[in-house]
Design a protein around this ligand. Structure first.
Ligand code: MG
Length: 295
């Protein structure tokens, strides 16, 4: 099965799309309070832990974010030595009450599970935040794997990226190339979802089919704009017109590579996501806790 087997308005005449890459924050959910809290904590970190004068942090945050993709990436590029775990703990999991801020989204779960294509998270956030948010949304087992700060940096380091002096994150084109290579697909086979115009534009420039989430106003670099992911079935019916994994999830065990186990861990890319050209390269991709096979 490929998306191309039943072309709809968006994918008609395009290469078959085989993998969905999906951003997490402000794409799979939108809770305005969360980016506000994270931004506050980032600025607090800059003052308290890096000694940046209070009056400079707002401008620096914006400047770094715009220039480097994330404030963290900008700080590292500017020469600040940062303990990444400490940073993420401070700005994400240490600051967010996930149970209060996020709610399960069973309708989005049904939509995602109905798309019979491999789906991966690609986020600039860290592992704990990603896993906690997905778990709270009830979406953990909708994804075959997760690309987040830690394993993207590992992947980058294994390809010669100087992770001691730089952070690889969206919208750097290199992140999309490395992730696609890891999945064994070309970027022309990827459908990429993100709420950031520049993240979407960067992936689009490499050949991905791009969906801007959070607006109904298309922009250059986005093939499609969706107010929320819930609009996906109506906007891309060709993705949904499949036998449906909802059935499998509700009545049988998930696919072979996804036997349930508590605890989380890593697993090589499922065979379904690998292209005939190989790829993978031996680096493990994190798999949501609910999908880790017993070993
Ligand atoms: Mg986002």
């Amino acid at each position: 099965m490929t998306v191309g087997s039943a072309p709809g308005a968006v994918s008609k005449g395009r290469p078959a799309r085989r993998v969905l890459l999906v951003d997490l924050d402000d794409t799979l959910y939108r809770v305005h309070k969360i980016p506000e809290i994270v931004k506050e904590r980032i600025q607090e970190y800059m003052v308290k832990k890096l000694g940046i004068p209070q009056e400079e942090v707002a401008a620096k945050t914006t400047e770094y974010y715009l220039t480097y993709g994330t404030t963290l990436a900008g700080l590292v590029a500017a020469g600040y030595r940062i303990d990444y775990d400490d940073w993420h703990e401070f700005v994400h999991q240490g600051a967010l009450d996930y149970d209060t801020l996020l709610q399960p989204d069973p309708s989005l779960r049904d939509i995602l599970c109905s798309i019979d294509l491999p789906k991966y998270i690609l986020t600039n956030a860290n592992r704990v935040h990603t896993e906690r948010a997905l778990a709270r949304l009830g979406l953990s087992d909708c994804f075959q794997g997760l690309f987040y700060f830690e394993n993207v940096m590992e992947l980058a380091a294994s390809h010669g990226f100087d992770t001691a002096h730089g952070v690889l994150c969206k919208p750097n084109p290199r992140i999309y190339q490395l992730v696609a290579e890891q999945l064994g697909v070309g970027l022309s086979e990827v459908i990429f979802f993100d709420d950031s115009v520049r993240n979407v534009a960067s992936a689009h420039g490499l050949g991905a089919l791009t969906v801007l989430v959070g607006t109904d106003k298309p922009c250059p670099g986005a093939d499609l704009a969706l107010p929320t992911m819930h609009a996906l079935p109506a906007a891309m019916p060709e993705l949904m017109d499949q036998p449906g994994l909802v059935h499998e999830h509700h009545h049988t065990h998930a696919p072979a590579a996804a036997v349930e186990q508590q605890g989380g861990g890593v697993l090589a890319v499922p065979a379904a996501a690998r292209g005939t050209s190989g790829g993978g390269g031996g680096i493990a991709i994190a798999v949501p806790a609910a999908r880790v096979p017993a070993s």
